[in-house]
Design a protein around this ligand. Structure first.
Ligand SMILES: Nc1ncnc2c1ncn2[C@@H]1O[C@H](COP(=O)(O)OP(=O)(O)O)[C@@H](O)[C@H]1O
Ligand SMILES: [Mg+2]
Length: 202
């Protein structure tokens, strides 16, 4: 009930792809946004509340159903509650890989292996991990890899983003000459190209 009330306090406005956030409870702190939702930390709790945009609410039930299939407490946050337009999951104290690249913080090879293990776990649970990109992979303050935004794990098409990111990692990133800090505009350009369905790497 409490989380339902908090989710109801989130007011969005407008018909744009990313609706304007008009207001929300003072017990919430905005921590992120993507293509489908605003994400908040709940005050005094290690809990994140993801409230979907009005035209994306169908993803709330879908993402909750997928979290229920995934092994919790490992590479995926635990789902605590699922509602009509929101989900409640563990708050992850950490940063996305996007943040790592933007700030030039080195990403260790072992993190790539951990991500692959996480994806393998999802496949073993009968899912098809998709939408695996820099903003959906986090590393927590105790150095654990966590995958978030699993709403598209039941889509049937193959998503090659992670295959390509891995290639860039092993063929480029690990080499001494490769820049470790990559400006946000360039990272966003690469992501935008993927949204069009095009790929960089054959
Ligand atoms: N559980 C969480 N803990 C901390 N930050 C999170 C959490 N979930 C999401 N975020 C932040 O919010 C952003 C958007 O969340 P995400 O679930 O990817 O939404 P969308 O479906 O709109 O892409 C993420 O890139 C991340 O920065
Ligand atoms: Mg996302």
């Amino acid at each position: 009930m409490k989380y339902l009330q908090l989710a109801d306090s989130v007011i969005m406005e407008g018909k744009r792809k990313i609706p304007r956030l008009k207001g929300y409870s003072s017990a919430l702190q905005l921590i992120g946004t993507g293509r489908s939702a605003y994400v908040f930390k709940v005050q005094d709790e290690q809990i994140a509340l993801k409230v979907f945009f009005p035209h994306k609410t169908h993803l709330a039930r879908e993402e909750a159903a997928i979290y229920r299939k995934l092994p919790s407490g490992s590479y995926y946050p635990t789902l605590h509650e699922g509602g009509k337009n929101y989900i409640v999951i563990d708050y992850l104290d950490g940063y996305t890989l996007f943040h790592y690249l933007e700030n030039g913080i080195y990403i260790q090879e072992e993190k790539i292996y951990a991500i692959n293990e996480a994806l393998e776990m999802a496949r073993k649970a009968g899912l098809n991990p998709s939408d695996i990109h820099l903003k959906n992979i986090m590393i927590t303050s105790n150095k654990q890899v966590k995958l978030i935004d699993v709403a598209r794990f039941r889509q049937t098409e193959k998503d090659r983003q992670w295959d390509d990111l891995q290639k860039v990692y092993f063929k480029g990133y690990v080499k001494p000459y490769f820049p470790k800090r990559i400006p946000r505009v360039i990272l966003n350009c690469i992501a935008a190209v993927y949204k069009t369905g095009l790929r960089f790497i054959g």
